[in-house]
Write a protein that binds this ligand. Structure first.
Ligand code: PA5
Length: 475
């Protein structure tokens, strides 16, 4: 990948086409130029808030493309050793500590990676366990050999019950199988001071990577949280960071016409203000299917807030929905086209897929099938993407397209950084704390109380004294 070459970088620039957000294309529900002009000042203010806070507080993520040179070398060396020694690599983590590694794996590795012969894979078999479903844990243990597995335990807080439960299960297994050597199969990625995982890492001498201060879970893909798993898979993490830095440079202007992340934020905020409470993320690429999961967490947890930074009640946010083109044309698009006018659809469209599949000629006596012959699947998926965007627009439904020249490490870095900036701008426009997650913490604490964690006795009493269920509402 030639990301050091300026011309190549420019050829990989992501673009945002928002024609179908405008009145001219979708009719009355669309924006007029004047509507977006009215948001110019709010957009410029949001740009300033983000620019002024770069690298400060919980905005440490803005600097990740620039400040990790040494860490990247350590990650690459560690990944090389992991690839040499282990047959399997398992991430234990949840939320922001899992969704990035999942999205990048899905986007950049073979879509049946684990089924490939070892000679056709650059790294070990790869799994991310982001749940505590006992059946899933049992299923994982059926397909891996723990003593030949490197487990990357990832938790920023070092306290999350799900991740620590998985750690307990795995550590027990490893200790029984390997005794004192169990610690060689565990890599910790966590905060450098806070939480339990760092204590365990020190006690057991685990290889440890740190999640930098100011980098929250959902903004952590471009630090060791995501970079180590990606490097283990043989992906070019320097290119990912270069893509993020490139997008940072593209987005360095306070104008909607020049800054794609700001444009996306303005379009979404303006739409939300008109009741578009649902944001559909619809990639036309299986490789980006799980990028939607990562985006949904980023958008939902960051913007779903009930109080402004000035302490005023608000209840803002937009419900993100995952959808896949063309698959969901046969499931969801009917609703998007004719249901309530409460959605904005974002397409992720690919100019050049990494492979081409020709559709052979055949069935010449059945013209309704024969017309497909001689085309490629590439043409078909592109046509279906275009047709869906057109049909939605014709039905008066706002939609816009983020174009990726192709899916690679560089463009993925661009895309993730664009979404992070878009989220930060939108949060600034709503004047909320984009980077906290009190709703998630509340659930974590209730779980601690129910499972009898010390210090949560009061919470447990509160939960137990909550109104008892009424039988009449159970059928
Ligand atoms: O974005 C967030 O902060 C959360 O979704 C966390 O990533 C998630 O709750 C997991 O937390 P931790 O990494 O502390 O285990």
């Amino acid at each position: 990948m030639n990301y050091r070459n300026k011309e190549w970088r420019n050829s990989m620039r992501l673009t945002v086409d928002y024609n179908n957000m405008m009145k001219k294309f979708v009719g009355n529900d669309g924006f007029k130029d004047v509507d977006l002009n009215e948001m110019k000042e709010a957009a410029a203010d949001a740009f300033d808030v983000v620019a002024e806070n770069r690298g400060k507080g919980m905005m440490g993520w803005t600097e990740l493309p620039y400040n990790q040179k040494e860490i990247v070398e350590d990650i690459l060396a560690t990944a090389k050793a992991v690839r040499r020694k282990f047959k399997y690599f398992v991430v234990l983590g949840i939320g922001g500590s899992a969704l990035g590694p999942i999205a990048v794996f899905n986007a950049l590795c073979h879509l049946h990676y684990n089924d490939l012969a070892p000679s056709k894979r650059k790294g070990p078999k790869f799994y991310v366990e982001d749940n505590v479903d006992p059946e899933r844990m049992a299923a994982l243990l059926d397909v891996i050999e723990p003593e030949k597995t490197c487990f990357n335990v990832i938790t920023k807080s070092g306290a999350t019950s799900e991740t620590m439960t998985q750690y307990l299960v795995i550590n027990d297994l490893l200790t029984k199988a390997l005794g004192d050597k169990a610690s060689e199969n565990i890599i910790a990625t966590t905060d450098h001071v806070k939480g339990n995982l760092i204590k365990l890492a020190k006690q057991n001498n685990y290889k440890t990577f740190y999640i930098p201060d100011g980098v929250g879970g959902r903004f952590s893909e471009l630090c060791p949280v995501g970079l180590l798993p990606a490097a283990v898979l043989g992906l070019d993490i320097k290119a990912m960071l270069a893509g993020a830095a490139y997008m940072d440079g593209v987005c360095n202007k306070p104008s909607i016409a020049k800054n794609p992340a700001l444009a996306c934020a303005v379009l979404q905020v303006a739409a939300m203000k008109r009741g578009k409470n649902v944001g559909v993320m619809m990639p036309y690429a299986d490789s980006l299917k799980l990028m939607s999961d990562w985006y949904c967490q980023l958008w939902a947890e960051s913007l779903g807030k009930n109080v402004t930074l000035d302490g005023e009640p608000c209840n803002v946010g937009q419900t993100p929905v995952k959808s896949l083109g063309v698959t969901d044309q046969h499931s969801q698009v009917q609703l998007y086209t004719e249901g309530p006018f409460d959605k904005v659809v974002t397409f992720l469209s690919i100019k050049n897929y990494r492979t081409e599949v020709k559709i052979p000629h055949g069935c010449e006596d059945i013209p309704d099938v024969a017309f497909l012959g001689g085309h490629t699947m590439n043409e078909l998926i592109a046509a279906e993407n275009r047709a869906t965007a057109y049909a939605l627009a014709k039905a008066g439904r706002q939609n816009y397209t983020i174009w990726l020249p192709e899916v690679n490490e560089f463009t993925l870095g661009e895309l993730m950084y664009l979404f992070e900036l878009q989220t930060a701008y939108a949060g600034a426009m709503f004047n909320i704390d984009t980077f906290n997650q009190p709703g998630v913490e509340a659930g974590k604490q209730a779980t601690y109380a129910l499972l009898g964690k010390n210090g949560y006795e009061e919470k447990r009493k509160e939960l137990e004294s909550a109104t008892a269920v009424e039988e009449k509402y159970i059928v």
